[in-house]
Ligand binder design. Structure first.
Ligand SMILES: C[S@@+](CC[C@H](N)C(=O)[O-])C[C@H]1O[C@@H](n2cnc3c(N)ncnc32)[C@H](O)[C@@H]1O
Length: 208
């Protein structure tokens, strides 16, 4: 196997993990995480005049539920690799269009959305294909890219539910800025455990 084939094989290993019972169990554990999230997303959508949005790795729609309330009908989209999560998202957020796709191959055209974002999904991408996922998010965004992830100045792997190579704290803002130096950092923030989040650091970048 050459280096490129190895990268794709590692991405597929994690996609298969999330697509399996492991991902179904995540759906069960997190059925009830949405209630507090509106206090972040509703003002966020208004502040940035969001008219369309895509969440990469949306699970059952805990973010999309609030975004869909703020956007015109039919302008809220999600992709995920776990079919159980997608089925639940169709019930929980009926106005969102949620389809199966891997983050490294987003099935939408260039600059299709005002906002493309992740919440707790880049942390589950291997080094080998993280740049591919970020490039896909940039490709599909007309204006804004957002990611809320676990931060560490220097990369750290965190053991995750008995799996190796499945969760990484990184300085995602720096990685993005190094890859896309023309994009400007518009906002950065922190969503603490005390407000029902998971100590998530977020960055919002704007297209030049
Ligand atoms: C930790 S959960 C976060 C869910 C959601 N973003 C939230 O904030 O509640 C990670 C989600 O990303 C999905 N996922 C993980 N890797 C993916 C990939 N490579 N492509 C698409 N979805 C992926 C998983 O199936 C899961 O639904």
């Amino acid at each position: 196997m050459d280096e490129n084939q190895q990268s794709i094989a590692e991405a597929k290993r994690l996609e298969n993990l999330w697509g399996s019972e492991f991902g179904d169990q995540y759906v069960e554990r997190n059925a009830d995480v949405s209630a507090h999230r509106g206090t972040f997303w509703t003002p966020f959508c208004a502040r940035h005049d969001i008219g369309s949005a895509l969440e990469v790795g949306c699970n059952i729609g805990a973010n999309l539920r609030w975004i869909s309330d703020s956007l015109p009908a039919g302008r809220t989209y999600g992709i995920d690799i776990n079919r159980e999560a997608i089925a639940r998202a169709h019930v929980e957020v009926p106005l969102a269009n949620v389809v199966w796709a891997p983050a490294r191959e987003i099935p939408f055209r260039e600059r299709h959305f005002d906002l493309v974002f992740t919440m707790g999904v880049l942390i589950h991408q291997p080094d080998a294909t993280l740049p591919l996922v970020l490039s896909e998010m940039v490709r599909c965004s007309r204006r804004l890219v957002f990611f809320g992830e676990y931060f560490s100045e220097d990369q750290e792997e965190v053991p995750y539910r008995g799996e190796n190579g499945a969760l990484f704290r990184r300085n995602y803002g720096r990685i993005f800025a190094d890859m896309f130096p023309d994009w400007s950092l518009l906002e950065r923030g922190f969503l603490p455990r005390s407000e029902g989040w998971d100590d998530v650091t977020w960055w919002l970048f704007q297209r030049p």
